[in-house]
Design a protein around this ligand. Structure first.
Ligand code: LLP
Length: 461
């Protein structure tokens, strides 16, 4: 079973007889001419295959653990058995992505009112939406309560009390999961670890029974549904996940002794993807299979009913689908041997190298076979910071005017992008079956000033 998260390029990437990069059957050189650069290209088939890999893995895990009737089904939060894939919208969200979530029958993890609003506007079923966040505002919680049965993943006691008050005022009952801090650290960058004991996220493991008791004291407003844990992002290792399965199964046993059933078990997201040839992430299929099998066995061995299992992959669904196409501008060569090639984008459309020292892989979109292993070209961005380096020693002999393709930029590029230096965000096109559709239009100069207001007293002269 192929899982796109182990590949550098989208599943439809091929090289034409002219040595050009094709995605979704389209020549990226022509896409750059038609839509301009920088350009985010999203490959629909990569998303579809990633979702299938995750679902097939979940179903295989259930079978393997002897619980064959419970494969991955719809994300409707009503069903007690089975498993669902919630796409983590923070990786990449827009209206078209909401439609893809709907069309593929995924559930959705949202983390702000903006993500929730986008999802609802795109027609995502509120039943399949889960609202996260460590400091949800009243207005976010209200929107979730009013939208319908959105599930709130409650992060702490303060939030629970606010939700109780808001639900009572609005005469609604909130479905909730409790976010547990399991005290488990994955093998990833410190900034994107979340499961460690002193994390800002969640309720410490030891406090969860009391927290659930508190939920039970609010029967009019709060419906406790289950447990959630997310330990971090861009993790390559299964072991920390297997530990949280055991930790949460032990916790479920403890709750059972208190007379409380865990109906939903959400193990979060965080599976890594390949950004360079050296990266060997666990395939999405294997991750989902091992987690579902482990969960079924952990609950069976404790004589507990298996809850509805949820996974929340973001990066591993959308990351490999995205490729950024830049145009190379001026070059500089120094006696020291350093060679800089400036791209027409950089840290405003991809802040990950500057933020996490993230590594990427590049090719020349019109000369795909041009790879020089001893090449010392450093691809730098156009922004006013020395740290705006997209790839050091990129290994490609780029010349001014070339189109440079950077792979695996589908996740946390657009969603973390900015207007730094007052530049507009790039356009994004969705490609499939030799068709390209704009899903985010390029920001214009007018867009850049559309929020600006000038006080009257400054317009006197
Ligand atoms: N669930 C929860 C509760 C999360 O906080 C996250 C990510 C996910 C699921 C999805 O994780 P994924 O499968 O995408 O790794 N900006 C960083 C990543 C931050 C991830 C935040 N939470 C980056 O660019 O690497």
């Amino acid at each position: 079973m192929s899982s796109p998260n182990t590949r550098l390029m989208p599943v439809t990437a091929t090289i034409s007889s002219e040595d050009h990069l094709l995605i979704g059957g389209l020549d990226t050189v022509e896409l750059a001419e038609r839509f301009g650069t920088p350009l985010w290209v999203m490959d629909y088939q990569t998303i579809v295959q990633a979702v299938s890999a995750c679902r097939d893995g979940l179903a295989a895990g259930f079978l393997e653990a002897g619980n064959g009737s419970r494969g991955a089904g719809g994300a409707g939060s009503g069903s007690a058995a089975g498993a669902s894939v919630l796409y983590a919208g923070k990786a990449f969200t827009c209206l078209a992505m909401g439609r893809i979530v709907r069309r593929l029958g995924l559930g959705l993890d949202v983390v702000s009112e903006g993500e929730l609003f986008t999802a609802l506007r795109a027609g995502v079923d509120p039943e399949t939406i889960f609202l996260h966040g460590n400091n949800k505002s009243d207005s976010e919680l209200e929107r979730a309560l009013l939208a319908g049965p959105v599930t709130v993943v409650v992060d702490g006691v303060g939030e629970l009390e606010r939700l109780d008050r808001l639900a009572s005022r609005l005469e609604r009952k909130a479905r909730i999961l409790v976010r547990v801090t399991p005290g488990v650290e994955p093998d990833t960058h410190d900034h994107i670890k979340t499961g460690q004991a002193d994390s800002k996220f969640g309720v410490p493991l030891a406090d969860v029974p009391n927290f659930v008791r508190r939920c039970l004291s609010m029967p009019e407003t709060i419906a406790f549904r289950g447990l959630h844990a997310h330990i971090g992002s861009q993790s390559h290792d299964i072991e920390p996940y297997l530990r949280i399965v055991d930790i949460l199964a032990d916790l479920a046993l403890r709750l059972k002794e208190m007379g409380v059933e865990v109906e939903m078990l959400d193990l979060g997201g965080g599976l890594g993807i390949a950004y360079t040839e050296k990266d060997r992430p666990l395939p999405l299929y294997t991750w989902a299979r091992e987690l579902s099998a482990a969960a079924v066995m952990a609950f069976a061995s404790r004589k507990l009913t298996m809850p509805h299992l949820l996974l929340e992959p973001g990066r591993s669904i959308i990351g490999p689908a995205g490729v950024t196409i830049y145009r190379a501008g001026d070059t500089k060569e120094f006696l020291s041997g350093v060679r800089y090639v400036s791209l027409d984008g950089g840290m405003a459309d991809n802040p990950r190298p500057a933020t996490y020292n993230a590594l990427y892989t590049a090719r020349i979109a019109s000369r795909m076979s041009a790879i020089g292993t001893d090449d010392v070209t450093t691809l730098v961005g156009r922004y006013c910071e020395s740290g705006d380096i997209i790839i050091k020693d990129a290994g490609i002999p780029v010349r001014t005017g070339d189109l440079v393709a950077i792979f695996a930029t589908g996740a946390y590029n657009y969603s973390m992008s900015s207007n730094y230096n007052r530049t507009g965000r790039p356009a994004c096109v969705l490609v499939d079956d030799s068709k390209a559709e704009l899903i985010l239009r390029r920001e214009t100069l007018e867009d850049l000033i559309c929020q600006d207001r000038v006080p009257d007293w400054l317009t006197d002269d």
